[in-house]
Design a protein around this ligand. Structure first.
Ligand code: SAM
Length: 231
């Protein structure tokens, strides 16, 4: 069997049923674009997660920037009377496509930003509320992204958040660290073991309200941090 190198490919490949080869990179791209949005949408629609959204998203007001809007599962949790403008930042085209039905069901004034949060295409001091749900686990460079969030947030603005992260239980934490690299590959870059309060505090956010606890589901992926922060 020829090796990847014989085809001038830097990545491994597999054979498909017609006898042609398909590069592993192409398969991963197809997985990220067409399969992952369904998997993420399904996982993020769990009833316990929906309940978490309802605890933080209705607090959002004014000009709102939702970071990593995904399939738009927060849309129904906003209080429409408080929303002046909503930017939905989401770098994945597949996720933006998956959000279409939720957007059509919503009357909110949504404007997509198809950029990563490490580089937010907005002016300084323009956002009243940052909304961050189940995204800080996935952002490749959370420190750079949080610096950008600080830049665009008004001095009297707030961040509302609900994220999963590292467990305080030593046994659970050990397993989170152990399987993180495999999990990350399968779950679109999601990390199980991020220390959410430390990331926020180290970036200069003040934690005005912080709640923690497990929700229903496997302990490695269900320890939650939710609340409100400011600068
Ligand atoms: C687990 S999903 C959560 C989606 C949504 N926030 C929710 O609560 O359902 C993580 C999202 O982060 C997005 N994402 C990945 N890299 C990102 C980045 N650099 N900046 C912003 N969002 C990113 C992914 O495309 C995905 O939509």
């Amino acid at each position: 069997m020829p090796s990847s190198g014989e085809f001038g490919l830097s990545k491994p490949f597999i054979w498909n049923c017609t006898g042609n080869y398909v590069s592993g990179t192409v398969i991963m791209k197809l997985y990220d674009e067409y399969v992952l949005p369904y998997v993420i949408n399904c996982a993020c629609s769990m009833r316990a997660i929906e309940r978490q959204r309802g605890l933080v998203v209705p607090e959002a007001k004014g000009k709102i920037l939702e970071i990593g809007m995904g399939s738009g599962l927060n849309l129904k949790h906003y209080d429409p009377n408080k929303v002046e403008h909503l930017w939905g930042l989401e770098p994945s085209q597949g996720m933006r496509r998956k959000a279409q039905a939720n957007i059509e069901a919503s009357d909110l004034p949504l404007e997509w930003l198809d950029s990563p949060s490490e580089s937010i295409p907005l002016d300084d001091d323009i956002v009243d509320t940052l909304v961050l749900t189940y995204t800080l686990c996935t952002i490749p460079n959370p420190e750079a992204a949080l610096a950008e969030m600080q830049r665009v947030l008004k001095p009297d603005g707030i961040m509302v958040f609900s994220e999963h992260g590292v467990s305080p239980d030593e046994n659970v934490k050990r397993w989170q660290h152990r399987i993180n690299s495999v999990w990350k590959k399968l779950a679109g870059g999601c990390n199980l073991n991020r220390d959410i309060p430390a990331l926020l505090s180290n970036a200069g956010f003040k934690l005005d309200k912080l709640n923690t606890g497990y929700i229903k589901g496997p302990k490695i992926a269900t320890f939650q941090y939710w609340g409100r922060a400011s600068i």
